[in-house]
Design a protein around this ligand. Structure first.
Ligand SMILES: Nc1ncnc2c1ncn2[C@@H]1O[C@H](COP(=O)(O)OP(=O)(O)OP(=O)(O)O)[C@@H](O)[C@H]1O
Ligand SMILES: [Mg+2]
Length: 373
């Protein structure tokens, strides 16, 4: 028997039928990008930032330069990765690309082209140390020059932008980006709120007040419900509302986990019976088993008081943390709890919404509830 195709997906970029909703965010993004605004999107890991931006860019049909900063370890690597991102976005032959750069670059670095297994080129530059500053400036100006003569607004996406602070490049980038005004739309994506805040919201920081901040939140339950229902029904499986509700109660609409639970439920249920109680329990347990190493690693990175505070936040449902009785239960006092909470915020484990504290990762919360409390 042929294996049924799973309508859910988790891990990489969500596209096509795997992409759910975010209609308003896409509309806002399209308008802002078309006006040359610089935009900041930050959200926890696996929240759907990259998927959202790639979907928007696909709909816009503009040319764009996409660079992921994760894994870049110094300025020279940054220059080469940026140069490669620009070159590959040109979508023309390698000969034309090389000729083009030889013409537009004032300094004359060697342009190297390598081909991977499927024949796609990757570009890099050779230059001397003393040329480094100028090369960076020139590379950053290429999209700007392109904008001047093509009259279109180039879009530059810098994914995992928090990494820039490790490279000490924020000042240099900021001074260039500022000069590019609304001729280029820069989109900064970031997943470490603590660092992103320092880069963009601190008065003395390089990018202070330089972007429009687009907050993205969890995908609403109603959207997920019909997405999950359709996924099952259109592919010959059954799921009752009760199990969708249970899925969303755990995932809280967090995209990665919603897809993960739906995917695994779909995989393990059969044509006739659909999802049932036992299957739901087993599926959740097996997800926890698989994520356990990762969660324990996070847990071990916390001090004992931070672990206590995390349990306290879960038990108190994020509210009234400093109430005597709950603090006693976890053997914490005002000052030790305050310090632990601050530490957890700085480590991007928890965040605050209004007066409520919550864990950024809903599956970690579920894990702690199930196995550590
Ligand atoms: N709009 C969406 N509809 C459905 N699923 C989504 C959507 N956005 C994200 N997902 C789910 O979340 C997963 C992670 O998405 P994505 O890689 O875009 O997130 P990210 O925030 O860029 O993550 P990272 O911080 O790891 O770079 C996807 O594999 C998919 O399962
Ligand atoms: Mg991403």
């Amino acid at each position: 028997m042929a294996i049924a195709k799973n309508p859910f997906y988790y891990g990489g970029v969500a596209e096509e039928t795997y992409f759910c909703n975010r209609v308003n965010e896409i509309e806002v993004l399209k308008r802002d990008i078309s006006n040359g605004l610089n935009i900041l999107i930050y959200a926890p890991r696996r929240f759907g930032k990259t998927s959202l931006i790639l979907k928007t860019l696909k709909e816009l049909k503009n040319r764009y330069i996409f660079m992921d900063l994760m894994g870049i370890t110094d300025e020279i690597e940054f220059i080469n990765a940026y140069f490669n991102a620009i070159s590959t976005s040109l979508e023309t032959t390698t000969e034309k690309t090389v000729r083009y750069f030889k013409k537009v670059l004032k300094i004359k670095p060697n342009i190297n082209v390598a081909f991977d297994m499927d024949g796609s080129p990757s570009y890099s530059l050779s230059f001397t140390r003393s040329e480094k500053e100028n090369v960076l400036e020139e590379i950053m100006d290429i999209p700007f020059k392109h904008a001047e003569y093509s009259k279109e607004i180039p879009i530059v996406v810098l994914d995992e932008f928090q990494e820039i602070s490790k490279l000490n490049l924020e000042e240099k980038l900021r001074s260039k980006i500022q000069l590019h005004g609304n001729k280029i739309s820069y989109i900064f994506l970031g997943s470490k709120k603590s660092i992103i805040k320092k880069l963009f919201f601190n008065k003395n920081s390089a990018f202070y007040k330089s972007v429009k901040h687009l907050p993205i939140v969890e995908i609403p339950f109603s959207e997920w419900s019909s997405f999950i229902k359709k996924g099952f029904n259109n592919n010959g499986r059954k799921i009752d509302d009760e199990f969708i509700k249970r899925t969303l109660k755990i995932s809280k609409g967090f995209p990665y986990y919603t897809q993960q639970i739906a995917y695994e439920l779909f995989n393990s249920c059969d044509f006739t019976s659909g999802v049932n109680d036992l299957l739901m329990k087993r599926t959740l347990q097996s997800i926890l088993d698989r994520e356990e190493d990762l969660f324990l690693q996070e847990w071990e990175n916390l001090s004992l008081n931070q672990r206590k505070a995390l349990k306290l936040i879960i038990v108190a449902k994020g509210d009234n943390l400093y109430e005597g009785k709950v603090m006693d239960q976890f053997n914490l006092n005002n000052s030790s709890l305050k310090k632990a909470v601050e530490g957890l915020v700085n480590k991007d484990v928890i965040d605050k919404s209004g007066k409520w504290y919550y864990l950024q990762d809903p599956m970690l919360e579920y894990y702690i509830k199930e196995r550590l409390i």
